[in-house]
Write a protein that binds this ligand. Structure first.
Ligand code: ATP
Length: 623
């Protein structure tokens, strides 16, 4: 719904984006973001302590190698110069030792780099898997209304991207630490020869760093600020080309409508991005030129010193090599600092998501769920408003759903029937009033126990793209291997008549998403979904339009078995079909979210109120 409101009303969607996009990111924000790193590393550490420690040790060893190699190079050149000045026969054994050592270092250095890259990628993969699982686990704890909020979805979307993107961050931060140590080694060597070169180095590199920092801030703001649009783009791409939508897109000729919207949004994003990319490339070239000038300044200075005889040729190669490597290291470190801090900023989105807490919880001390329920449910002036709406979906609801009673909910579309049953299952808590179960507020019971005792088959039940067997077993997933129970449930809900015709029977994958999946008709899916109610061993059963898609014969048969299904249970039934409704003990008529009348079929007909009117209206249609 939120997607469509921004779809139809551009102003609304863009409003939130602008305020986000204009928010400048300061250097403090950036530094502040680094505070996310310890938490990040705690997560990485938890992923695999041995791999993490191994990675750090290898990196420390690897970081000492560049300066050692350079120094060996210096010794080799100085030795060559010295040896060539001696008369024959010359003793070259020291020279060959040095060359041999350099070869060993080169091999070790390469092997270490490969081992580090391997550990980085393995650790990264494990981290991505673990974070994805944590994300799913956390999402499962959150409230339904949090899922119905579009800003929540933006957060979820950004958090999802983090699970993969952060493997890069891991290698970057560790690489940063390694380069820092390498730099200390190289800089110490350089300072020993000539401290002024360090100053020249800093002057050459800092402008490029500041430039990168500036543009990275802009790019983060852009990506962050455009999250709703990027989600809409994904949605449009999906809607424009998916099996679920293809039918209506064709029939209503929606292709142009969707592609036009996609084109206009993606073009806006492209232009915003292009402007930034062009600026970044231009300034980047200028800063790189300054860096090169600094390097050649230092190079000229070293050459001049060598020519004037104050340093050896070996020292020239050492200093020029150190300077070149330091410049490259410093540049990559400073640039990496920008992407590390940017990555750390994005990391905030992941942690923010993990910090969202459900509002619907079990209390510290829970009350034992009554087995069996003795008194039933009492609604005391219950009212409910959806978070994103000012309208009362339910209001002033006061009634008693007795233990073992079969209650039917009747009312026009949008009257609040589904909302009422969602309140009963504590998918939401009432905005006002309260619901009592055997005399105590529903909020006093353990949530998991409550949900176990209440089985709901929703009108918009999920068509799991899984096997027929699993589709029924979801009613009681602990019994997913219990073939007898699954087959019995399928028989009771008439799903067996569907499954018997499937090529793979119970192991047949349903839906078209995966290879060899078989799509079912609406009524066939409903029979499968109804099987879930029979799987469930709950004391309260809620069926929201359980037979809406069934043909007349199937509906009749399902209701023949309905008494069996609800025997000894409290049941709530939502239906627009009066043939179904009249099977209930009592009928509750809702209008605009409020209770209009309640009583048995006969009583309500005798009252000659709204129920009687609706009943006669439907009956007339059949005459
Ligand atoms: N997730 C939601 N967010 C905001 N408003 C909602 C949401 N779900 C339902 N509503 C609104 O609450 C009101 C009651 O909806 P509900 O789904 O309970 O009606 P219903 O009686 O079950 O309708 P139907 O017979 O069409 O299934 C409607 O006005 C609807 O627009």
């Amino acid at each position: 719904m939120a997607i469509f409101s921004s779809f139809l009303n551009n102003g609304k969607g863009n409003g939130s984006r602008r305020s986000d996009k204009d928010k400048p990111l300061t250097f403090q924000d950036r530094m502040g973001a680094l505070r996310n790193l310890p938490q990040f590393f705690r997560l990485v550490w938890q992923t695999s302590p041995p791999m993490f420690v191994g990675n750090i040790i290898l990196r420390i060893v690897r970081s000492a190698l560049p300066v050692l190699m350079l120094y060996l190079g210096k010794l080799i050149i100085d030795e060559i110069v010295q040896v060539t000045q001696l008369p024959a026969p010359r003793d070259l054994s020291y020279l060959w030792q040095l060359v041999g050592l350099e070869l060993v270092l080169a091999i070790v250095s390469d092997a270490l780099s490969r081992a580090i890259a391997l550990l980085d990628s393995l650790l990264g993969d494990l981290f991505a898997n673990q974070t994805s699982i944590q994300l799913m686990e956390h999402a499962a704890k959150l409230d339904l209304d949090q899922f119905e909020d579009s800003t929540f979805y933006d957060k979820l979307e950004r958090a999802r991207q983090q699970t993969l993107g952060r493997t890069v961050l891991l290698a970057q931060v560790l690489g940063q630490v390694q380069d820092m140590i390498t730099m200390v080694f190289l800089a110490t060597g350089l300072v020993v020869f000539n401290p002024w070169l360090i100053l020249l180095l800093v002057l050459a590199v800092v402008p490029a760093f500041l430039g990168e920092a500036h543009f990275n801030e802009k790019s983060y703001s852009l990506v962050h600020g455009w999250t709703p649009e990027r989600r809409e783009l994904d949605y449009l791409r999906y809607t424009g080309a998916s099996d679920e939508t293809a039918k209506e897109v064709k029939i209503f000729g929606l292709s142009n409508f969707l592609t036009d919207r996609y084109r206009s949004l993606s073009t806006q994003y492209y232009h915003a991005n292009k402007k930034l990319a062009v600026k970044r490339a231009s300034w980047g070239s200028l800063f790189a030129a300054i860096g090169s000038a600094g390097y050649y300044g230092a190079y000229v200075f070293i050459i001049w010193q060598t020519v004037s005889g104050s340093i050896t040729l070996g020292s020239l190669t050492f200093m020029a090599g150190s300077f070149r490597q330091l410049r490259a290291l410093l540049e990559s470190m400073l640039n990496r600092f920008v992407s590390v801090s940017q990555g750390a900023l994005y990391l905030r989105d992941l942690f923010d998501f993990f910090e969202i807490q459900p509002k619907i919880n079990s209390p510290q001390k829970t009350r034992a769920f009554p087995r069996p329920i003795k008194h039933g449910f009492v609604f005391e002036d219950v009212g409910f408003k959806y978070t994103n709406s000012d309208k009362w979906a339910n209001r002033h609801l006061s009634f008693h759903l007795r233990a073992g009673e079969k209650l039917a909910l009747v009312g026009e579309n949008g009257a609040g029937k589904t909302t009422l049953v969602k309140l009963l299952a504590r998918l939401y808590d009432p905005t006002e009033g309260r619901i009592l179960l055997d005399g105590y507020d529903l909020r006093e019971y353990d949530l998991t126990e409550l949900r176990q005792e209440i089985g709901v088959i929703f009108q918009d039940f999920v068509k799991f793209q899984m096997t027929a067997s699993n589709n029924i077993a979801v009613g009681r997933i602990a019994d997913k291997e219990n073939k007898n129970r699954i087959e019995h449930s399928a028989h009771q809900s008439l799903a067996d008549t569907v499954i018997d015709r499937l090529p793979g029977k119970y192991e047949q994958v349903l839906g078209r998403r995966f290879a060899k999946g078989v799509e079912l008709s609406g009524g066939e899916w409903q029979k499968i979904a109804l099987g879930r109610a029979y799987m469930r061993d709950a004391q309260v059963l809620i069926l929201d339009e359980p037979t809406a898609a069934l043909d007349a014969r199937a509906e009749y048969e399902v209701f023949q078995r309905f008494a069996d299904l609800t025997k000894g249970k409290t049941a709530v039934l939502i239906s627009h079909r009066f043939s179904t409704v009249r099977m209930a003990d009592r009928i509750l008529v809702l209008e605009n979210g409020e209770l209009l009348e309640i009583g048995s079929h006969e009583n309500l007909l005798a009252n000659d109120g709204r129920y009687a009117e609706l009943f006669r209206l439907q009956a007339r249609g059949y005459q």
